[in-house]
Design a protein around this ligand. Structure first.
Ligand SMILES: NC(=O)c1ccc[n+]([C@@H]2O[C@H](COP(=O)([O-])OP(=O)(O)OC[C@H]3O[C@@H](n4cnc5c(N)ncnc54)[C@H](O)[C@@H]3O)[C@@H](O)[C@H]2O)c1
Length: 454
């Protein structure tokens, strides 16, 4: 079988556009496809169609290898493989909607009918277990009149990237997960990755349903791990002289546990973690099992948002304004989906608190929720200047580089609640009352108090 040297990618969004740039940057011809003319035009002038650090630079480096079109049918005819990276929104029951995937499959099926050469269809969008066997394969087969694994290749190959570091994550994965219709399809995809990736990953190759379940299981496990670390942090805050970093650093050194995603801070958010967790819960329910662990992770995660909003509220005195530093769900992204900052701001607004907010990337998205109900600062310094209680919700590097006088331009003390213990250096600032989450907020234990409580 001919090696893949020309691929098409349907969906040039937050994942598809960086994927297109990363693959093209390794000398593979990439035809991007999207319904959105603006995204197509952006790719054709080598400009980033979505916010993602490093994407414009990588597109420019890929000149001559990447182009885009709205014509999916032609893109399939002109390429050897098509990656489907369209959105799969969550439905009310937690399962992922296949609406956009199946629309793309209908066009791909038509093109497959016409095409004589072997073509590989790769589903990268996250789908619920059994979607490949019950919906995607039958749609492609009925429209093309061909059989997956015999006349064309079909794979489920989801990604484990985080927004803000999509390019690095895509090129340096721990594992490549491939559900395959047949060995040739898996071999073709593995060979492509061997030429594109910067790191040698583990190739986990299996049937469709195992791959669909593995994708959800990995993200649910990671969210459970995050929640575990957050639980330790919440305990530390109430335990004399306790420190979440000391505990989780030691925990992470145990190789059975590992140190990643064990920070002990605030709720996870974004477009993947919360809904992958809910999709596993929905799947368990569908097969008659209660996924207690996943359910507890989800409810603990939601409770923490409430807890944080209330914690901030408790630190306010009458008339004080809150300055929010960081609105996106994570650093390096403009995405506000399930962001703890959004929950906190909604909660405080309901209580009548005035809010000043600043984020280097997320104002446009956050404005669609809050409009002019809050004050939008043009910089972190401007945000701090206008508020009495400051909350650091994400770890944008520019918050580290603020000059000392930015923390109190008028000589008035600022309370700074640091959700990530990101700025320990300001703890000694004479005009800052520094409150790091995850550390004991009680007085140090004295011998007498230990004896008294024993
Ligand atoms: N964003 C992430 O962090 C992330 C991480 C891992 C997996 N995923 C998965 O990847 C998939 C895509 O996510 P995203 O965040 O990139 O979505 P997105 O909404 O940012 O982008 C999807 C794009 O697909 C386009 N599109 C939809 N239907 C189309 C069609 N028929 N033909 C051509 N283009 C079409 C849309 O116009 C849009 O530009 C989802 O299944 C998601 O769960 C996303």
């Amino acid at each position: 079988m001919e090696k893949l040297s020309r691929v098409s990618i349907v969906g040039l969004g937050k994942l598809g556009a960086p994927m297109a740039a990363a693959i093209a940057s390794k000398g593979i011809q990439v035809i991007g496809v999207d319904l959105d003319d603006n995204k197509v035009a952006a790719i054709n002038r080598l400009a980033a169609p979505v916010y993602e650090p490093g994407l414009s630079e990588l597109l420019q480096k890929s000149a001559g290898y990447v182009s885009a079109t709205t014509d999916l049918y032609q893109a399939v005819l002109d390429s050897q493989a098509t990656f489907i990276v369209v959105a799969t929104p969550s439905q009310p029951d937690g399962h992922f909607s296949l609406e956009y995937v199946l629309k793309a499959c209908q066009v791909i099926g038509e093109a497959l009918k016409k095409k004589d050469a072997w073509h590989t269809v790769v589903v990268t969008s996250t789908v619920s277990p059994l979607s490949m066997d019950r919906h995607i394969r039958p749609t492609l087969e009925s429209i093309s009149g061909k059989t997956a694994g015999k006349d064309f290749g079909l794979a489920y190959n989801p990604e484990f990237i985080a927004l803000g570091t999509v390019i690095r994550d895509f090129l340096n994965p721990d594992l490549i997960l491939i559900g395959e219709s047949d060995k040739t399809t898996g071999d073709l995809l593995q060979d492509l990755y061997e030429r594109v990736l910067d790191k040698k990953p583990y190739y986990a190759r299996m049937n469709f349903v195992n791959a669909e379940l593995t994708k959800l299981a990995i993200n649910t496990f990671v969210t459970t791990k995050i929640s575990f670390a957050n639980m330790i942090a919440r305990i530390c805050e109430r335990l004399p002289e306790a420190d979440a970093d000391t505990v989780t650093t030691a925990l992470g050194m145990d190789s059975r546990i590992g140190s990643k995603y064990l920070r002990g801070a605030i709720s996870y958010g974004g477009p993947c973690f919360p809904r992958d967790n809910l999709a596993l819960i929905a799947l368990a329910r569908q097969v008659g099992i209660t996924a207690d662990i996943a359910e507890t992770t989800d409810s603990f995660n939601r409770w923490q948002n409430q807890w944080l909003a209330e914690f901030i509220y408790q630190h306010l005195t009458l008339g004080q304004k809150v300055g929010i530093l960081g609105i996106a769900y994570k650093t390096g992204s403009d995405v506000i989906t399930e962001s703890p900052a959004i929950y906190v701001m909604e909660h405080l607004l309901q209580k009548g608190i005035s809010i000043i907010a600043y984020d280097p990337a997320a104002h446009t998205n956050a404005r669609s929720i809050f409009g002019e109900n809050i004050i939008w600062a043009d910089s972190a310094a401007e945000c701090i200047a206008q508020a009495e209680v400051i909350v650091i919700l994400t770890t944008w590097p520019e918050f580290k580089n603020l000059p000392s006088n930015a923390w109190s331009p008028d000589g008035v003390i600022r309370k700074v609640i640091d959700c990530w213990r990101f700025l320990p250096e300001i703890a000694d600032h004479p005009k800052v009352d520094y409150i790091p989450l995850g550390k004991s907020v009680q007085a140090p234990v004295t011998q007498t108090s230990v004896e008294t409580s024993a």
